[in-house]
Write a protein that binds this ligand. Structure first.
Ligand code: ADP
Length: 845
């Protein structure tokens, strides 16, 4: 591109664009934001804009596209939603007064992690994360620009970093170090986040405490610098960085959270059908956000869990007061976000009214909690800060029907400011003064149809028709002459007019100034507003858990720090029960005595193994959140982590890579789990050949038994594994009961002690509608195979470290048959081909 031919305006564009190569630059020109060059070509395509060009007739026309300034937000939202950055360059001076090119510069860079003005931001946090590393230690910091929350923690490896980023649902990650290609790949493709870089860290003792470790200070400083350099505006609402430790919460990796449908339903990706959906009876946006955090981070402190339970119990014991509380919470606005709008200088009069309305509800919330007369509420009550000074200020200053704009007046209440009141008197009384003057001059002059009119050009004037011109008094002066009339002014009329116009202009200027003053005074309260928001959110989540407990007949679990036992009497999977209805659901008890470590669950496919396992995991998550539980009685230890390997149905088809994921997740679990963890393995090993699968499944069970000690539920349809109970002291068989009558099998979804006696695979095939001739053949084959069955290798003796897995005694013939079956591509066989294959197998036998 030949820069010498470029106009000064375009040169300015290029200079600015140079600093923002990774963002769409929206360049303000009059009423439009323009994009140029590649930005224009790309944006035109994404936003469906018309692509035109500047310097059309030159050799090098510049591609150009624009959006009108008043609808720019919707275009920004689309770009941000797609994971792009947008830099906004404004005109910094009045174009009419500019000498040469109008001064322009970038006033804000909006990125997926910093978008707070988006039209559709609602009840979810939008966290921006930053990662840094010194030697082998990682630190992660994150903040939500819309609420001002700011956190930091140290992590031991990159996997832990990924888990945190995934559970935060961050859309953008600021890397403080240059990530490796592999790390970059995972961040971009697996987590689908926008990766930004920040190398400069800043000190800010007010926000970043000196007590943090160097790495934590460094990562939060970089995050802060990134925020400062993109936002370029007031950020008084950022809260001091809070240090946390992942071990202070029940650890769950992203895959486990997903497979347990905690935040969204894994199949649909929607909130409906998740634990979050089930538990959400919150009444405020702040409560909804906090509930999500509680589900994401269940507690591990017995005391804290019991505190939450005690409050829920108190809410359950006081039905009427709780109903009042729920009602009162409906009048609470999202004051956490309002506080940030105040800080950004974006709060309008309606926002302040919403803040006042919320504050005016605080005494009622306090009163209803006080009525419950329970010591467990004392701390919450004492932290409900009513901020009477702020409430008085806003109520006295802002008119109850003030508009959302701040430039058109009607904002400030009368009585708040004397000068403003005087202007308003002039504006209101001006009309009657004019009427009085009109009457006086009509009488004095004797012109019966003399009247005062107004237009933009001449202002106020006396209208005199041609026939009355002789009667015009001497103190009238002519303002304009029309065909059949003349327009006159008088000194008095001119004085009134200027008083009225001045009053109108002065009053809206004064209202604007007064509003800014009120907003600035509100800014002083930001930290207190944020604190109040937290307390109200907590009350809201607790009342929500109480409502859910009551509606669904949940009970209070007994959570005991050092117990080794699990007892759940008639437990239910909370979400499945809600979806299918309590009548349909078959409750299941889960019991582990102190010496039981592993339950091996056998039973046919579709009989309820996985639902049983999830019942336990969900019960643990709910109990450690402080929630009540769907069961008759519950006794649980406090777990430090939950690891799961639960496949989705569609995993079955995708083959090798699925098996790899399966093994990686198993590896992750057995390496990290402690004896206080919970492991759920569902059909582990089914992604590979049968022998491999059985061998690995057995080895993994034995490994957990010998080396990990975590409470484990291991569901399998490898019937061969049930003999492990003979060799592993801490393993118990359980199975799903089936009812067999006249050759028909019904799955009862009931878990019972002992091993299942059959696999019922052929029964499932029958339900699926396979031809009966084929099923008969299969039964024959099965009988043949069973007579030459493969025994599971017994577990190694305690002293031998080596596992001897592949020496099962088997005949050559059975090996050939098994290989032939193994190689069958069942998914792609027609019924006829299947029959032929069976025939071949039979022949081999
Ligand atoms: P598996 O893991 O043995 O293949 P699932 O746990 O996925 O079986 O359960 C299969 C289906 O059986 C579920 O979709 C559900 O409809 C039903 N089911 C499972 N457990 C129960 C139960 N306790 N009560 C009623 N229905 C159940």
């Amino acid at each position: 591109m030949a820069t010498d031919k470029i106009s000064p305006g375009m040169q300015q564009y290029l200079d600015i664009k140079q600093d923002y190569p990774d963002a769409f630059l929206l360049f303000r020109m009059g009423d439009f934001y323009e994009l140029f060059y590649d930005d224009a070509v790309k944006a035109a395509q994404i936003l469906e804009l018309t692509l035109t060009s500047r310097n059309k007739n030159s050799d090098n026309p510049i591609p150009m596209a624009g959006v009108p300034h008043h609808s720019v937000q919707q275009y920004i939202d689309v770009l941000i939603d797609l994971g792009y950055k947008v830099a906004i360059a404004e005109q910094l001076e009045d174009p009419k007064k500019a000498v040469g090119v109008v001064k322009r510069d970038v006033v804000q860079v909006i990125t997926p992690g910093t978008a707070v003005d988006a039209l559709n931001t609602g009840k979810d946090n939008n966290f921006l994360a930053a990662v840094d590393k010194i030697a082998q230690e990682y630190a992660l910091s994150y903040l939500d620009l819309a609420t001002g929350e700011f956190f930091v923690t140290l992590l031991s490896d990159f996997d832990a970093v990924l888990d945190e980023i995934a559970s935060l649902k961050a859309r953008e990650v600021v890397m403080g170090y240059a990530p490796s290609d592999a790390e970059m790949q995972i961040l971009q493709t697996q987590l689908n986040v926008l990766v930004s870089r920040e190398t400069i860290t800043i000190d800010n003792p007010e926000l970043i405490s000196d007590n943090l470790s160097d790495l934590e200070k460094q990562v939060s400083g970089k995050l802060l610098n990134y925020i400062m350099s993109t936002q370029k505006r007031h950020l008084t609402h950022l809260q001091p960085v809070k240090h946390y430790e992942i071990k202070d919460f029940l650890l769950m990796d992203a895959a486990s959270k997903k497979s347990l449908d905690l935040i969204s339903n894994a199949r649909t990706g929607k909130k409906h059908g998740s634990l979050y959906w089930l538990l959400d009876e919150t009444r405020t946006a702040m409560g909804t956000r906090m509930l999500r955090t509680w589900i994401d981070r269940p507690l591990v402190s017995e005391l804290a869990i019991k505190m939450r339970q005690a409050i829920i119990q108190c809410f359950l014991d006081h039905f009427f007061e709780r109903s009042d509380l729920t009602e009162t919470l409906k009048g609470v606005y999202d004051i956490e976000r309002l506080a940030s709008r105040v800080s950004f200088g974006k709060a309008n009069p309606k926002d302040l009214l919403q803040l006042a309305q919320t504050l005016s509800n605080v005494p009622a919330i306090k009163a209803v909690l006080t009525d419950m007369a329970s010591p467990v509420l004392a701390s919450l009550i004492s932290q409900l800060d009513e901020m009477p000074e702020l409430l008085t200020l806003i109520t006295q200053a802002i008119s109850p029907d003030a508009p959302a704009v701040i430039t058109e007046g009607n904002i400030i209440r009368s009585g708040f400011n004397e000068t403003l009141d005087e202007y308003r008197v002039v504006m209101r009384d001006g009309t009657s003064w004019i009427a009085a003057l009109e009457a006086k001059e009509r009488e004095n002059s004797g012109i019966n149809n003399l009247k005062i009119d107004y237009n933009k050009k001449d202002g106020y004037y006396f209208h005199v028709t041609a026939s009355n011109l002789s009667q015009v008094p001497a103190h009238f002066f002519r303002k304009a002459t029309l065909k059949n009339s003349e327009r006159y002014g008088t000194e008095e009329l001119a004085r009134l007019e200027s008083q009225m116009l001045d009053a109108r202009e002065n009053s809206s200027n004064l209202e604007y100034d007064l509003f800014l003053e009120v907003r600035n005074q509100t800014e002083v309260f930001i930290a207190r507003i944020q604190q109040l928001a937290k307390i109200i959110a907590e009350i809201d989540v607790l009342q929500s858990l109480a409502v859910v407990a009551e509606n669904n007949h949940y009970i209070r679990p007994d959570v005991i720090k050092n117990t080794q036992e699990i007892h759940i009497k008639n437990g239910r999977h909370a979400v499945v029960e809600k979806v299918m209805g309590a009548q349909e659901y078959v409750p299941n008890s889960i019991d582990f005595d102190a010496s039981t470590m592993i339950q091996l669950i056998t039973g046919p496919n579709m009989s309820g193994k996985s639902t049983y396992m999830r019942e336990l995991a969900l019960t643990v998550v709910m109990a450690q959140m402080g929630s009540y539980i769907p069961a008759d009685q519950v006794e649980l230890p406090i777990f430090d982590a939950i690891f799961t390997r639960i496949g989705a149905a569609d995993d079955l088809i995708s083959g090798q890579s699925t098996f790899m994921v399966e093994m990686m997740e198993a590896n992750h679990a057995i390496r990290r789990a402690t004896k206080h963890s919970l492991i759920l393995f569902d059909e582990l090993g089914r992604g590979t050949a049968t022998y491999d699968g059985i061998a690995l499944a057995q080895a993994i069970v034995e490994y957990i038994h010998e080396n990990v000690g975590a409470k484990t539920l291991f569901a399998t349809h490898y019937h061969e594994l049930v003999t492990l109970e003979n060799t592993l002291d801490h393993l118990k068989n359980v199975h799903v009961a089936t009812l067999e009558k006249d050759g028909e099998v019904t799955f009862l979804h009931k878990i019972e002690p002992g091993a299942a006696d059959k696999s019922y695979g052929i029964h499932v095939a029958k339900i699926a509608g396979l031809p009966s001739a084929l099923l008969n053949r299969a039964r024959d084959v099965l009988a043949g195979l069973e007579s030459d069955s493969v025994a599971v290798v017994s577990a190694p003796s305690q002293t031998s470290g080596q596992l001897d897995l592949f020496n099962a005694p088997e005949s050559e013939a059975s090996r050939a048959i098994v290989t032939a079956i193994d190689e069958l591509d069942v998914m792609n066989l027609t019924p006829l081909e299947a029959l032929n294959q069976l025939f071949e197998l039979k022949k081999m036998l």
